[in-house]
Design a protein. Structure first.
Lengths: 387, 136
């Protein structure tokens, strides 16, 4: 009476007093694997719907604020680097491709391809977070950080020896005029948001030649009459500019958290999909990525990646240089990979778990990753491409 | 002996409606998961289309269309989202009910934003500080 068409797992079937044989991946409250798969997928879509509603709340805040203060958005979005955002979009779309392909590989039982594609997807996630970290660190450097560390916040305290400029030709009506502004200057040609030392005599000394990451936008982003300038805005609007940055950091920050969660989920699926021989590679890869990220954090805080002036315009609760937070998180993920790979790599049962009969975890984690991509598809034009 | 064992087993399985063996017979294909693997051609075509749309979305920012700017930007984003949903997330081939869940989510977000903006509109007169409203 035992069913021969459904393969039971090689390491036998659960008895638990039941007289029948069934695949180990089939939970007892389901009649067939197909029913289980359909239920799982439906449940995942319901969860994705809740995620959409969560981000919907933030999009609503964006919509209301932009509706009420369009000039603030037209002015403040110039701080964002379109090129970096565009590269991030391409990176996420490419990682979506590799993830969808990984699902296909799991469905066809192509184990090696599956593991490879999952690894590439994780690398894509790392790429996204790297660029985010560079963007965030730059914001930190030029005084556009969160809350009271944002120079448009009324509680902002400028560091000693610097002049804060919000205005058009480097003139800030609230402070003593400086011949040459020592802080970032708005509104001048060549996107000063990117490099306040652009065109100055000290530029060559300050910028190390090998890193020009953030300077890409200087040739593309136009900062000029077609965008609102600080002086054009009414005082009430000028006082609200920091709200744009609050919205920006909350939305991209929450999205970044989702990217890291997605990376962790993909890693979990990768460990399950890998054979013990393949798992031996996981802890060195984790170590390498943790090490790379520590190096990256060092470069960031050493000021080599954002124009190199190394001058911090804000400090976070007395601890300087904590803006490599995103890099630190990626270091943690790398560290976790190392640990898990070392501890469980050899002993974890269910090596190479996925195949045509059972690929549900790959499919569902793929859905989550695509959702992360989907949200960024909307975030990018709404935050970076206002005109 | 064998017949006694078979009788015992049939007693157990007959009453056990959750046994796979029982239902596997009911489902003529054995209750396997139906696998539809997306073809590489579809995956790569969708990827290509997404890249083109990304370039388009950045390129269109250099042209000023006035109020249509936002509509165009969102329109392109919606097309990209539809491609990701339909093909990468498999909805094109999936059971329609999963798509119903998604559409419901979008509907509720639309309700959320719609009513909030409508409410905000009613308060526009209160948005301008009095000092800037008084005629000079």
């Amino acid at each position: 009476m035992s069913d021969v068409s459904l393969p039971t797992a090689a390491h036998g079937h659960k008895t638990n007093g039941d007289a029948h044989a069934h695949p180990t991946f089939l939970a007892h409250h389901f009649e067939t694997p197909e029913q289980q798969f359909i239920s799982a997928k439906f449940g995942m879509w319901v969860f994705l719907a809740t995620e959409l509603l969560m981000f919907g709340g933030l999009f609503c805040a964006y919509a209301v604020y932009r509706h009420n203060h369009p000039e603030v958005f037209d002015f403040a979005h110039q701080a964002l680097d379109k090129i970096m955002g565009g590269i991030n979009t391409v990176v996420l779309i490419a990682s979506s491709l590799t993830m969808a392909w990984a699902v296909r590989a799991s469905q066809l039982g192509k184990q090696k391809l599956l593991v490879g594609l999952l690894a590439v997807t994780i690398v894509g996630g790392y790429g996204f977070m790297t660029i985010k970290a560079i963007e965030y660190h730059h914001k930190y450097e030029v005084g556009l950080w969160v809350g009271e560390f944002n120079k448009y916040n009324k509680d902002y305290k400028a560091p000693a020896g610097t002049t804060v400029s919000f205005g058009m030709e480097g003139h800030d009506p609230g402070h003593a005029e400086a011949e040459k502004p020592t802080g970032p200057v708005m509104g001048t040609v060549g996107n000063p948001w990117v490099d306040p030392n652009a065109g100055s005599g000290d530029e060559a000394k300050i910028k190390p030649p090998f890193v020009q990451a953030v300077g890409l936008a200087s040739t593309v982003v136009k900062s000029g009459p077609e965008f609102t300038q600080f002086g054009d805005m009414a005082k009430s609007e000028q006082e609200r500019v920091n709200a744009f940055f609050s919205i920006y950091f909350t939305m991209t920050g929450l999205h970044g958290v989702h990217v890291v969660v997605g990376m962790s989920l993909i890693f979990w699926v990768l460990v399950r999909a890998a054979t013990p021989a393949q798992r031996k590679w996981i802890w060195p890869a984790g170590l390498a990525s943790a090490g790379l990220y520590l190096l990256f954090c060092g470069l960031l805080t050493g000021g080599y990646m954002t124009g190199g002036h190394g001058e911090h315009h804000a400090s976070l609760g007395g601890l300087p240089g904590l803006t490599f937070g995103l890099g630190a998180v990626c270091t943690l993920v790398g560290g976790l990979m190392t640990l898990l790979g070392l501890v469980r790599g050899r002993n974890l049962a269910g090596a190479g778990e996925f195949g045509p009969e059972y690929f549900t975890p790959v499919d569902l984690v793929g859905l989550y990753w695509h959702l992360v991509d989907l949200i960024w598809i909307f975030l990018f034009p709404l935050l970076y491409l206002i005109h | 002996m064998a017949s006694m064992q078979e009788k015992m087993r049939s007693l157990v399985t007959a009453n056990d409606s959750t046994s796979v063996t029982h239902d596997a017979e009911v489902h003529k294909d054995g209750g396997h998961v139906h696998v539809h693997a997306v073809s590489p051609l579809v995956l790569l075509s969708v990827f290509g289309a997404l890249l083109v749309l990304t370039v388009l979305t950045v390129a269109v920012t250099y042209v000023d269309l006035g109020p249509a700017n936002l509509i165009v930007a969102l329109g392109i984003a919606v097309v990209k989202a539809a491609l990701v949903l339909m093909f990468f997330m498999h909805l094109w081939w999936d059971r329609p009910f999963n798509a119903v869940v998604l559409v419901a989510a979008f509907f509720f977000v639309a309700l959320f934003l719609g009513f909030t903006i409508m409410d905000t509109d009613q308060y526009q007169i209160n948005m301008t500080p009095p000092a800037q409203m008084s005629p000079k």
